[in-house]
Design a protein around this ligand. Structure first.
Ligand code: JFZ
Length: 484
């Protein structure tokens, strides 16, 4: 019984294969395929704004997540057959125009991450103040980090053999971190993915069939939801023509029906505006916006969830020669900047093919953790700044206190001139001011719309010093006055 397509690899995609005579397994798989293809939109009850808020609550409170790009490209570390390949590490197959079969033959036998210690990853994240992990179950190359029943382009076909997702999910559960999955729609290996390319797995298939690919995608998502209960499904690679708005909408509805608590990013559909990542047209599906490698100048308004994903160096997937690391100061100030605009920071690590998070990343996470230990309450569970512009070098976030009061956090970057900052837009005098680092109470002077706070002796912090300003009622804020 020959494979339907000559994808010139030893094994096959199990969903894509139909041949005569049809045995009972095939009939079963055909039924599953047909069921997976049924449109589900009519069955989905509309969600009220309050229900959506409840579903998004953990995400909106988290503010800080960890992205993990990991696959067989990690082992290649930016090289193929001894030659450097330009571009991001996880784009190796595309950057090197490597035919799908050759990519598989070269890289799968070498992938054996014996140093993988999922609990160590989770602890490193947790100590940094991170609340959720998003790991690549499948990136654009099609390689799967779990033993999928629907393909053998997966970890079971590597020397390592064992499922990489389960132990990470278990470690997350143990340490109270949400486990989430990135799953690429674009697939450079599947023969039925329809946007063609000479080095792609569809190269020798005259008629790629997106309905069949969609059944494969849904079948895999079914496996993932059942086995790992991800908090988020983080889609990507939706921009090619093969993926349509209709498919995105159907997939979103199908997922939400399958798991009513699931959060799905906006890359499931076609509404995202480039790297800005925001969806404005309500016809497009997705629970939150995904700016990439950038922080929006302001947020996207109240009630709009979003998450900026960013690298620590220049690549998502491990590349041995990428040593352009951002400073911890930049990373902490990015986190503060994003929180001040009401978004989440999804900070990437790219573990090696052996299964280790690079030392440079671990060092930065540990330093972020030092800062978060003291100042984390100014990030977790906060909402956007009440100020439209800050009159000091830094940012601000807000917390509603259980007694009906408001706490404004003021993040001061670096040493202010004369040790004093001026808060311009604030009308109400704070009832109480504290410095988070030692609970000291700094002096406050000045007047309405120009309160001055002096940093107490010895309170200056690396990266950012944080004040908490408490108000028994909602403080009055005036609009920013444009200064010459
Ligand atoms: C995508 C991936 O291609 C990349 O490998 C990584 O996973 C990142 C988080 O997401 O990056 C993109 C997505 C879209 C564009 C560019 C890079 N785009 O639309 O130009």
């Amino acid at each position: 019984m020959a494979d339907f397509y000559n994808i010139s690899c030893k094994k096959s995609y199990k969903v894509a294969v139909y041949s005569i005579p049809i045995d009972t397994m095939k009939i079963k798989s055909l039924i599953v395929t047909l069921v997976l293809l049924l449109p589900v939109a009519p069955l989905l009850q509309a969600e009220t704004p309050a229900e959506k808020e409840a579903r998004m609550k953990w995400f909106n409170e988290a503010r800080f997540g960890m992205f993990i790009h990991w696959g067989v490209y990690s082992g290649a570390a930016g090289n193929f057959k001894g030659k450097p390949v330009p571009g991001a590490g996880e784009w190796l197959q595309s950057g090197g125009k490597i035919p799908a079969a050759e990519y598989r033959e070269e890289l799968l036998p070498k992938f054996n991450p014996l140093k993988y210690d999922p609990e160590a990853w989770v602890i490193a994240a947790k100590n940094a103040g991170i609340k959720y992990l998003v790991i690549t179950s499948k990136h654009h190359d099609g390689f799967c980090l779990w033993d999928s029943k629907l393909t053998d382009l997966d970890v079971a076909s590597t020397p390592y053999q064992k499922d990489l997702l389960k132990p990470l999910e278990e470690a997350c559960r143990k340490h109270g971190i949400r486990f989430c999955l990135y799953h690429s729609i674009m697939d450079w290996s599947h023969p039925d993915y329809a946007t063609k390319g000479p080095w792609r797995g569809n190269a020798s298939n005259p008629k790629p069939d997106m309905d069949r690919f969609n059944a494969y995608l849904k079948g895999q998502l079914d496996e993932l939801i059942t086995a790992y209960h991800p908090g988020i499904l983080w889609f990507d690679g939706e921009w090619e023509d093969a993926w349509t708005h209709e498919r995105g909408e159907d997939l979103y509805n199908w997922l939400r029906k399958n798991d009513s608590k699931l959060i799905v990013n906006n890359r499931v559909d076609k509404g995202r505006k480039g790297m800005e990542g925001h969806t404005t047209d309500a016809k497009f599906k997705g629970d939150y916006g995904t700016p990439e490698q950038r922080i929006p100048p302001t947020g996207f308004g109240e009630g709009v969830s979003w998450e900026s994903c960013m690298t620590m160096n220049g690549t998502w997937g491990f590349k041995a020669d990428d040593q352009k690391w951002k400073s911890t100061e930049t990373l902490v100030q990015n986190l503060i900047d994003i929180a001040s605009k009401g978004g989440n920071y999804l900070l990437n690590v790219g573990p090696t093919g052996e299964g280790e998070i690079p030392t440079a990343s671990l060092e930065r996470l540990a330093e972020i953790g030092e800062w978060m230990k003291v100042n984390g309450e100014s990030i977790h569970g906060t909402t956007a700044s009440l100020f439209s512009k800050t009159s000091w070098k830094g940012r601000s976030t807000t917390r509603q206190l259980p007694d009906g009061g408001t706490r404004i956090y003021v993040h001061v970057f670096g040493q202010p001139e004369g040790g004093v900052i001026t808060i311009d837009q604030l009308v109400t005098r704070p009832a109480k001011v504290t410095v988070l680092v030692h609970n000291g109470t700094p002096q406050i002077s000045g007047s309405e719309g120009a309160w001055k706070i002096r940093l107490p002796e010895g309170s200056l912090q690396k990266f950012a010093t944080v004040f908490a300003l408490d108000f028994p009622v909602k403080p009055k804020i005036q609009a920013a006055i444009a200064k010459p």
